[in-house]
Structure formats: C-alpha cells, structure tokens
Design a protein around this ligand. Structure first.
Ligand SMILES: [Zn+2]
Length: 661
C-alpha cells in the first residue's frame, strides 16, 4: 500500500477513526477488515510483521497497532521454525505468569571524556553499550544514566495448548510469550487467551560457547476469552436425542451400565460419579457464591480399579483433567510461586487448569505439603489467593474433584472402616481434607468367591471379547448427556427441602442424644447438590421425591462405608475421626503410669502438679477434664496415687512400664 492508501485505510471505517482519537494508546485492526481493504498488504503483514506493523504505527497518530482475528490460527504444537518472524495467532490456557519487571528499551550513556550523552536502543536481552562517543569519537569509558533511559513494563507468561486441540494421547505443548506495557498484568493462570504475535529466537543466556537457542512469542495482542463455560457444542438434534434418552424409564440404569463398563459392579459408586458429572446448582446471593460442584473420594487397596474409574470420569467431562499426588509431571495440584531463571514465576496447578471442569487426582495421599495446605480453600471456596514475590493473583478452582487414595499401610484392613484405613490418629491423609469430600467410597475386591468369580469372568470377557461389552451409551453419548445436564437449573420445591431438613435433623438429633456426630452441616448442602444432580441427570426442571431418595441412599451408603462401627453397628463420624475415648476403667488403670511418665519429665522427678496431670490426661485420653479428675480421685482412694503436697500428685508404683500413648 502507498502512504496515502494507509492513511485512507485508517479513515475507511468509523470504528478505526474513533480508535485513532480515543484515549487509548493503541489501535486494534481487524485482520479481516485489512484483507478486505488490501489482500496483498494483509499477506505482507503475516510474512513481515515487524516491518509492516512499524509502517502502520507511523500512520496511527503514534499509537501501537494491534491485530486481531487472523484468518488461519495456528495450534501450539504446530509452531515450527518456518513460522519464525511471521505473524501467528494461537489459543491456549495460561499456566504460568512471572512478576512484572521493568526492562530498559533504551539506555542513555554519558561519555566520561567529554560528558556528551549517547542513547542506545536495547533488545531486553543483553546490555548493549555504545562502540564510541559520537561527539569526541573516543571509545573510552561510559557511565549509565538511568534517569534519562526509557523502560517498558514486561512480563513472561506460558500458555498451554487446549486439550481439545491436542492430538489424542499427547500431552499439551506449551509456549512462552513475552508481553510488554499495557499487555502486562492482565492475565491470571487458568484463563484462556488468544495471542497474536511473532515467534522469535534468542540466544540462551549461558557461559558456554555452545550456541543454545530458545524461542518465544513476542505478543502483539492478547485477547481474553472471558468467562468460559466448557459446554460441548450440542446441536438441536443432539439436545433432542439426549432429552429422548432421559425420558426413558431405564435411563439411570443405562447411565450406570455405561459408566466405566470395563469395571465390574460398583453400581452405587458409578451412580455417584454420574451425579458428580451433572453437578448441583450453584447459588449466588449478594457476594456469596455457593458452589454447585461436589467432591468424591475413592479409597481402597491398590489394583482395584480406582484409577480406571478416575480416568473414565475425566474422559466423560468436556474439561476433564488428570493429575497425580506424586506430581511426577512437576506440576502441583494447587499453585506455586517458584524462582526460574532468576525470575519469580507463578505456576498454576491442575486444579486451576481444570477450572469449570473435573479433576481426577490419583494417589492424593502422596500430595506435597504446599498442596495439602492450599487444597482446602481450593475445594471449599474454589479459589486460591496468591501473594508472593510481587505476584498477586486470585486463582479460580471451580472444579469437581475426584480423588483416589491408597490405605495408609498399603494393605486394606477388613476390620477397619474407610477412615480407619486412611488415618491412624497421627499419620495419613489429613482429616479436615477428608471432610471436604461429600462422598467417600471403598473400592475393593469382593471377599466371597461367588462374587470374585463374576469379577474374574467380567475381566476375561473385557480381554477376550470386548465387543460383548456393549454399554447402552457410548462415550460420546455420555459426554452429551452430562454436558446437557450441566446446563439445567432444577429447583427444589419447598416441601422437598423441608423433608431433607427433617432427614438432617433426625440424624443430628440422634447424634446429640448419643453424644456422637453422625452428620455435619456441610453434608446437608451436599444432600441438596446430589438431589439437584439427580434431577439434572433425568432432565427434570423440578427435583422430585425420587431424586431426594436417591441422594439420601447415596449419602447413607457413603456414611456407612466411612464410619461404620463394627462393634455397635452404628455410624459415628466423631469416633471414626478422632478415635475411641478411653473407658473410665482404662483411665483409672493408666493413671499411675501417666503420673510416672510426667514425673520423669520434671526437674523434681518425685511429683507433678495436679493441674498438669489433668490437662495431660484429658488430652491423652480424649476425655473431659472432670473425667480425668475422677480417675485421679479413685486412684487416691485406692492408694496407688498420693499427694506429697496439696497441689501435687505422685505415685507409689514405680516399676510400671511406660503407659501406652
Ligand atoms: Zn565523548
């Protein structure tokens, strides 16, 4: 284009003219509009972007020129050297951001011989110094004058290819992007962005003589996708097909039969997993947002199909992801701020990348310390606040978590319930974390031979005649059903809500009568979510009695597996979580030994203060202080304990072994 052509171009539409005179420092040019105006010039822009952008810039009233809507976008895994220095458009999810750093775009040097300033343009990478002074022609010494140098705000981000654009079976590729000035500080990890920019190569900073090159994209424009709800694009025919399936009386059975069909049995677990795909209805009131998603934990010995169930679940969700507690991939579950090549970088973990999706975490018990600290707010409030090393961000983690967990000892103990197998009072998966899971199930091999034969036959069939395992719905159909279900917002009628509250109160009352805790308030919310999810799975606008009953049945089943007490046949969460309180008789028996232990720790080993004993005993026995006091009174009476002074106690028995902890 000639100069006048370019001038005319900027006045060719109201939109462009407006941009020339608004208060922003850039003009955004739609590539389609440019190609319509002059196709050759648009092609030149793609081939020689730096030159053409500079040319456009000189006619845009000194404003930056940004491009949007390139005709052929590139997938990240397709970037190769033949695209170097050309204009490309890529889409991805932001996985890392660095702190915002000032970098000199030009540095002013002052000649030490004559005092004249020399300005040298910089490329951000290596410091460029003047060869010689332009005034006195000497190549002598120069000093920096930063006050008259110019700087840009700069930031590195890393974008990862969207799962849907990644070839099957490949891990998504990632690419570094360099941002400057008003493009910086705008992105948060987990967000989806479109980058228009130029891939360039640079020499890697190193001391060796090897020529190591690294490449990145210099961004010209960043377009934010905004709130992205990953909904499978359903055609009207799809919706009709899904609605038709949902109206069938055996729809729920079909879903359960089709869910992870290579895994035998576990119908109640599969039903719960199907509800998790549908989610409850999120509720927004004022500033408060109540999540609709809920979390499920699968516990059991190794090799029983927990991981397979998880992988199936991730496949059935449009935005399903997998992660492992071991973090073998180097990516954590929540987020971390680490130093990389001398810069602070915020790395988004799997939960952030699964925002609005479903995350399967295998071997959650192996999670790092950083993750186990941050995972509670990530699961409950569904965000992770980050404020470290100049990086401030609020990362969204609105995903359903499905986690698999192995028993503490590696072996599954049949005489213990779920919680007892995962935690022994000190070690194991943290108890407050367990509480974040709405449902917890045991996935284990059947204990009787008849059942075992069915499993074995099923496995044999999967391996020899996979065609015989014909689930009613294939993977695609399930994905469509769940995607459609998630768009529904069924309501729970008042009468049903009352009944559910009654159910909760009945359990609550039973628990207070027996001084044990069966159900917590978190669980009533989960009961509502499950009821809504059941309504959604069946395409109902209003939840019914049936939905509530299914929800209650699932919750009861999970409570039983977690907390069932082999002795009393009762479900007791407190006991399961914190262990059995000592019986009074045991307390009395152990009192002298406890006193002896405390005395040994004292400087005066002959006695210990009465208060200290009561404090220590009540903690050790998990009982009330007055109960510890009562045990002490009994021992004082029978003479195994005495009072050397009014406020201390001592024991007559000295040959006792250490009391059990
Ligand atoms: Zn000079």
């Amino acid at each position: 284009m000639t100069q006048s052509d370019i001038e005319v171009f900027f006045t060719s539409s109201d939109e462009l003219t407006k941009q020339l005179y608004n208060n922003k420092n850039y003009v955004e040019v739609d590539f389609h509009v440019l190609s319509y105006y002059n196709e050759d010039y648009a092609l030149k822009l793609v081939e020689r972007p730096r030159y053409i952008l500079a040319e456009l810039h000189s006619y845009a009233k000194g404003k930056q020129v940004r491009i949007k809507n390139l005709i052929t976008p590139t997938n990240i895994h397709e970037i190769s050297t033949n695209l170097l220095y050309k204009l490309i458009q890529v889409r991805g999810v932001v996985t890392q951001i660095s702190a915002v750093m000032p970098r000199a775009s030009s540095i002013t040097y002052v000649c030490e011989s004559c005092g004249e300033p020399v300005t040298v343009d910089q490329n951000y990478q290596w410091k460029k110094e003047p060869d010689k002074c332009l005034a006195c022609k000497k190549g002598g010494k120069f000093r920096l004058d930063l006050s008259t140098s110019t700087f840009d705000d700069t930031q590195w981000i890393t974008i990862q290819e969207l799962v849907e654009n990644t070839p099957a079976g490949k891990t998504p590729d990632a690419f570094k992007v360099f941002l400057k000035n008003d493009l910086v500080g705008q992105t948060t990890p987990g967000e989806e962005v479109t980058i228009i920019g130029v891939p360039i190569v640079q020499e890697k900073a190193s001391n060796t003589s090897k020529l190591d090159m690294v490449w990145h994209i210099e961004a010209n424009n960043v377009i934010y996708q905004g709130e992205n709800q990953p909904i499978l694009k359903l055609t009207p025919q799809d919706v009709e097909q899904v609605r038709q399936l949902m109206s069938q009386p055996d729809h729920l059975d079909n879903v359960i039969k089709s869910y992870a069909p290579t895994i035998y049995g576990l119908e109640h677990v599969k039903e719960a997993l199907a509800y998790q795909q549908c989610e409850g209805v999120p509720k927004i009131s004022d500033k408060n947002m109540k999540r609709g998603q809920f979390h499920i934990l699968l516990a059991g010995p190794m090799g029983t199909g927990k991981s397979e169930l998880g992988k199936y679940s991730a496949r059935y969700h449009v935005k399903g992801r997998e992660a492992t507690g071991r973090g073998a991939s180097g990516v954590g579950i929540t987020a971390s701020v680490v130093q990389e090549d001398g810069e602070w970088v915020l790395k988004a973990g799997a939960m952030v990348l699964a925002d609005n999706g479903l995350l399967f975490i295998d071997e959650i018990e192996k999670m790092s310390k950083t993750d186990s600290g941050a995972i509670h707010p990530a699961m409950e409030q569904q965000e992770i606040p980050i404020s470290k090393a100049g990086i401030n961000a609020m990362l969204k983690t609105r995903c359903s978590v499905l986690a698999a967990c192995n028993p503490l000892t590696g072996e599954w103990n049949e005489y213990k319930n779920l919680v007892g197998n995962l935690h022994d009072g000190k070690r194991g998966i943290p108890l407050p974390l367990l509480d974040r899971f709405a449902l917890k199930f045991v996935v284990k091999l059947p204990s009787d031979i008849a059942e075992e034969r069915k499993v074995a036959e099923h496995i044999a069939r999967v391996n020899t005649h996979p065609e015989q395992i014909q689930p009613p719905y294939d993977v695609d159909t399930l994905r469509k059903i769940f995607s459609y279900a998630r768009t529904l917002q069924p309501i729970i009628p008042d009468k049903l809500a009352e009944e559910m509250t009654d159910f909760y109160l009945r359990l609550f009352k039973a628990s207070t009568l027996q001084n044990i805790q069966i159900i917590s308030r978190r669980q009533i919310e989960d009961l509502f979510r499950l009821t809504e999810a059941s309504a959604k799975l069946n395409g109902r606008e209003t939840a019914t009695d049936v939905d509530m009953k299914r929800a209650v049945a699932i919750v009861s089943k999970s409570l039983n597996e977690c907390y069932f007490d082999m002795d009393t046949g009762m479900v007791d969460q407190t006991k399961a979580l914190y262990g059995e309180p000592k019986s009074k008789r045991d307390c009395i028996k152990e009192t002298p030994a406890l006193i002896q232990r405390l005395c040994k720790r004292n400087t005066d080993i002959t006695k210990v203060s009465r208060d200290k004993f009561i404090e220590y005993a009540s903690k050790t026995w998990r009982c009330a202080k007055h109960e510890a006091g009562e045990a002490l009174e009994v021992c004082l009476k029978d003479g195994s304990v005495f009072c050397p002074t009014p406020y201390t106690v001592a024991t007559t028995i000295t040959t006792l072994d250490e009391a059990p902890p």
